[in-house]
Design a protein around this ligand. Structure first.
Ligand code: TPP
Ligand code: MG
Length: 330
């Protein structure tokens, strides 16, 4: 296991503002979705990604649109960072016909294959196998595409993790396994579920590189992801990247958030906000000005206001189209 710091990244202003813009886009979309959920506007479940934005953004910064991502139940951030339009993601959660899955899927069935988002899912674990499968197809087709699985600490004691990582390792598949270790699976602390809480260390068991990063530091995530994506793309095989992070909202909107963690712990992690942290560092290092940061913030306010309006005013699917867009074409 090794630890990276982000110090090795040489960022242009444009790249830095992209990281900031994408993290803010996720944060503001999630906050709008959480409010909408409380107002009864979202018919399904809504697991937000608030606090964890640096991981999706730091990884997707190195992906092309023909690379693929297999996501989780906490997948809005992965979808947005991979390039899904905010308004269509929001409309999907509202169950509207204009949503990315035409209102059929909701939060846990976001599919945007045109940008390489191969699905969020309600089932913990099997997306790891799907990512390995995609990596195998890229190897067979001799392309240089890369496949990424995002998953939580809750997935790493599931058999799918062992099978997927091991197969990718023995066949040297172009896969990056990204564990978002937010230290809880619903309300179960990770150290209750395993005797070894060092996820990256498990990479050694499969003979692949494993790295732990501060998952609230987008530069550190980006540096680790850059190495893992390059390795996969150039035929070097898979890697495991573990980002240590924390979700600062409840497991899902509408759920209680007490009894298994303290207010003090949540507040301490809110102080380590990945967005505020990046802004301070960009200003300190002279990579961006306050005016540039304010312009990004203003741009995102407009994107989210537009997305919310679009989601609210779009129609629901017509009842007589209920069987459309459900089955694959034969
Ligand atoms: C196979 C399976 N088992 C159990 C569940 C119920 N479940 C939904 S989310 C969740 C916790 C997942 O925790 P983690 O993977 O750490 O992701 P996080 O919610 O912390 O982002 C569980 C157990 C499920 N959806 N699928
Ligand atoms: Mg977790």
């Amino acid at each position: 296991m090794s630890v990276v710091t982000g110090g090795g990244l040489d960022l242009t202003t444009e790249q830095a503002l992209w990281l900031l813009r994408e993290m803010l886009r996720i944060r503001r979309v999630e906050e709008a979705l959480a409010r909408s959920y409380a107002q009864g506007l979202i018919p399904g479940a809504c697991h937000t990604y608030v606090g964890q934005e640096a991981i999706a953004v730091g990884v997707c910064a190195h992906l092309r649109s023909d690379d693929v991502v297999f996501s989780t139940h906490r997948g809005h951030g992965h979808a947005l960072a991979k390039g899904a339009p905010a308004r269509e993601v929001m409309a999907e959660l509202f169950g509207k016909a204009t949503g990315v899955s035409k209102g059929r899927g909701g939060s846990m069935h976001l599919f945007v294959p045109e940008v390489g988002l191969m699905g969020t899912t309600g089932i913990v674990g099997p997306n790891i196998l799907q990512a390995t499968g995609a990596g195998y197809s890229f190897q067979l087709m001799k392309t240089d595409q890369v496949s990424v699985a995002f998953f939580g600490d809750g997935a790493v004691n599931n058999g799918a993790f062992h099978e997927g990582v091991n197969m990718a390792a023995i066949w040297a598949l172009p896969v990056v396994f990204v564990c978002e270790n937010n230290q809880f699976a619903t309300e179960v602390p990770f150290d209750y579920a395993t005797r070894n809480t060092d996820v990256a260390e498990r990479a050694r068991a499969y003979g692949i590189p494993g790295v732990t990063v501060d998952g609230n530091d987008v530069l550190a995530v980006s540096e680790a992801a850059q190495a893992a994506v390059e390795r996969a793309r150039s035929g070097g095989g898979p890697s495991l990247v573990e980002g240590r992070t924390y979700r600062t909202r409840p497991h899902a909107e509408g759920m209680r958030d007490g009894g298994y963690r303290t207010v003090e712990e949540i507040d301490a992690w809110k102080q380590r906000d990945p967005i505020a942290d990046l802004e301070v560092r960009l200003l300190d290092r002279g990579i961006a000005t306050q005016e540039q940061i304010d312009a990004v913030r203003q741009e995102i306010e407009e994107v989210v206001a537009d997305g919310l309006e679009f989601a609210k005013t779009s129609p629901y699917p017509e009842p007589d189209t209920a069987a459309l867009h459900i089955y694959g074409a034969s």
